[in-house]
Design a protein around this ligand. Structure first.
Ligand code: HEM
Length: 395
């Protein structure tokens, strides 16, 4: 079978190459992807978890998390980003930002998220694009509220996040360099936001994060803070937005599952987990081997690029016997859509799950006759499994 796991055009037309990934899991689970770029593709659940949990052997900082090689200047900046760090630098940073994302802090937002969701759904009736009118604004408004960003800045933040994540998609960016330019603008914006909160502290996450930690007395440095906001804008928006739109599409493609949800909106919790497993909004992540090691029977060399495919691991039949079945009642559901459980396990997982649960519960209650009216258009990206447009009638 011809294997190309990074062909952007394939993702734009059909989403992740599930047929190739299925073949690799069965026949060549740690596969040397020789087409440019050259890397090891890790496709089985067990191996993805192994890589994720051994940051000493599979580093996030040695090279950058994705494929692109970058300039020294960009690298210096990106190295400061938590996602591109290894323990112990990462551990210190993570413990400082964890303060804003504990289950308790996030749980307290439920009513607020319900209100945002209700407002959004109140505004759309009749024909709508599910992506721009529901899936995209929900996480965007939530992140803006968390940051205390004014309502008037929402469009600007929306645009930045599209340009960063859609750098390979002509609908969002006219050249891949635009992603870097947008990132620099968010960086500058974060700097202003922090300066405002230092002058006028408020009850928001920005104020919390620029203050010293009560226990350790440590504080995030200025650059560290700005880069964290940058990370939040991308990680908090695009992922949840594409889980929501990909989840809605999956429900349209499996009408019996939508009917189940309409009959029992209480299933929205397990449905959200199943959506993250099925869609795997983050397709992959890259690590770099720090030493010669063996993985899935293959000899990996120091410095080799190792790419874990969450979209593949989440359909591994050794963990999910009926992996190709979309089942909104699946329980337990040990999917690894939020990462394989290591140091970088998704900081926003409680928030994302809450947003998805509330959204799908309200959709099922309020719009039982919701239906798709046109073809979904996919994002041209091998990193984010995204949907750009999903025409619907709300009913
Ligand atoms: C990391 C997925 C929502 C913030 C990650 C990782 C994945 C992921 C796969 C990397 C894990 C690893 O390398 O082991 C998702 C998915 C989401 C989602 C599928 C939605 C369905 C969010 C939200 C936020 C967020 C809402 C913030 C509000 C982060 C951050 C990291 C991260 C900051 C880096 C953590 C670190 O380096 O320690 N996420 N995420 N994510 N996510 Fe999410």
């Amino acid at each position: 079978m011809h294997i190309n796991l990074v062909d952007q055009d394939h993702y734009a037309t059909s989403g992740p190459p599930h047929e190739q990934l299925r073949w690799l899991r069965a026949n060549d689970p740690v596969y040397r992807h020789k087409d440019e770029p050259d890397f090891w593709a890790v496709t089985r659940y067990e191996d993805v978890v192994h890589v994720s949990r051994h940051s000493d052997l599979f580093s996030s900082s040695r090279k950058l998390a994705l494929f692109n090689e970058v300039t020294e200047e960009q690298r210096a900046l990106q190295r400061l980003m938590m996602l591109n760090q290894d323990p112990p630098e990462h551990t210190r940073r993570r413990s400082l930002v964890n303060r804003g994302f504990t289950p308790r802090t996030i749980g307290a937002l439920e009513q607020h998220i319900r209100d945002i969701c209700d407002d959004l759904l109140d505004k759309c009736s009749g024909e709508a694009d599910f992506v721009t009118e529901v899936a995209a604004p929900l996480p965007l408004y939530v992140i803006c509220e968390l940051l205390g960003a004014p309502v008037t800045d929402r469009d600007k933040i929306f645009n930045w996040s599209n340009r960063m994540i859609g750098a390979q998609d002509p609908d969002y960016a006219s050249s891949p360099d635009e992603g870097g330019a947008a990132a620099m603008e968010v960086y500058a914006y974060a700097n202003q936001l922090a300066a405002q909160r230092r002058a006028n502290p408020r009850d928001d996450i920005v104020t919390k994060l620029i203050q010293p930690d009560e226990k350790s007395g440590e504080t995030l440095g200025e650059d560290e803070f700005d880069l964290f906001v940058l990370l939040l804008v991308v990680a908090g928006n695009e992922t949840t937005r594409n889980a929501a739109s990909g989840g809605m599409l999956a429900l349209f493609e499996h009408p019996e599952q939508w009917q189940r949800l309409v009959a029992d909106p209480g299933l929205a919790g397990t449905a959200s987990d199943e959506i993250v497993r099925w869609v795997s909004p983050v397709n992959l992540f890259r690590r770099t081997a720090t030493a010669d090691t063996v993985l899935g029977g293959q000899q990996i060399g120091e410095g080799d690029k190792v790419v874990v495919f969450y979209s593949s691991a989440n359909r591994d039949t050794s963990v999910f016997p009926d992996a190709e079945v979309f089942d909104i009642g699946r329980d337990p559901n040990p999917h690894i859509g939020f990462g394989g459980g290591g140091a970088h396990f998704c900081l926003g997982n409680h928030l994302a799950k809450l947003e998805l649960r509330v959204l799908f519960e309200q959709l099922a209650r309020r719009y039982p006759r919701l239906r798709q009216t046109g073809e979904a258009r996919r994002l041209r990206s091998n990193f984010i499994n995204g949907i750009k447009e999903l025409p619907v009638v709300m009913g």
